[in-house]
Design a protein around this ligand. Sequence first.
Ligand code: NAI
Length: 289
Amino acid sequence: MGDITRIGVIGAGLMGSGIAEVTAKAGIDVVVVEADATAADAGRTRIEKSLRRGVDKGKLSAEDADAALARLTVTTELDACADRELVIEAVAENEAVKLDVFGRLDSIVRDPDAILASNTSSLPIARLAMATRRPDRVVGLHFFNPVPVQKLVEVIPSLVTADDTTARATAFATDVLGKTVVRAADRAGFVVNALLIPYLLSAIRMLEAGHASAEDIDNGMVLGCAHPMGPLRLADLVGLDTTKAVADSMYEEYKEPLYAAPPLLLRMVDAGHYGRKSGRGFYDYTRGE
Ligand code: NAI
């Protein structure tokens, strides 16, 4: 079912830039839409750097990297999505912003069968779907960070998603992008975050209680459980603002203390310590990668 050849990606932050990169590498024409010119420039630079890293590591040729870049258009105009067959929304985890994007995309994207997908980590797909006049064409396509490396995509049909929408989105993730798909119900956190977020919050609570240092908590899980990265470093990589937003949605859905963001996380987000992307989180990233 290789019927999708033109896609749009909304938001070129951590996730949107990765989704745009893997899609362009797969030979698909990609329009990336950002909120303003500064963010658009930053998104394009992030994609270029990641492609160059791939070339340096011998994972793709310089010609393939150039060809992928030539398939990418970065713009601030949502109207550029008018002829898209699939649009993947990857703006910040904020329901009001996402509802606005879905409402506008619904009016802009001409093909009534075009799929509007969301990379949301925790917001109900059904709610995003109902902001459009094509709820049957709305589905969750949840990628993992960093997108070029992580093999998994969660596919989340809502109660109103048509079966062929789910099938086409699944085929795109597997056949075009080469990812492995797991199917999850439209419940906050889907499969992976429902298990991961309580673990990350527990590590933050442990640090907050003075139970152990950040390094020791992370080393414990890396060396004791063979995790590739400890929970605090992983929270920094995910983004502490995103971690809090996902925890908040899950708390709202399940009302379980296990999903409640601890005060230390709240204060770090208040202070603009978002983790790797802002240069500071549980660790300091200002002195290089
Ligand atoms: P981010 O903060 O790095 O990027 C969000 C981008 O959206 C920013 O560049 C911002 O300028 C842009 N944006 C905001 N409003 C916009 C608008 N109206 N139109 C166009 N662009 C707009 O966030 P990140 O981490 O990329 O997350 C994006 C989405 O992906 C969220 O829903 C998040 O929950 C989800 N996600 C995040 C993962 C992670 O590890 N960070 C993993 C999987 C999903």
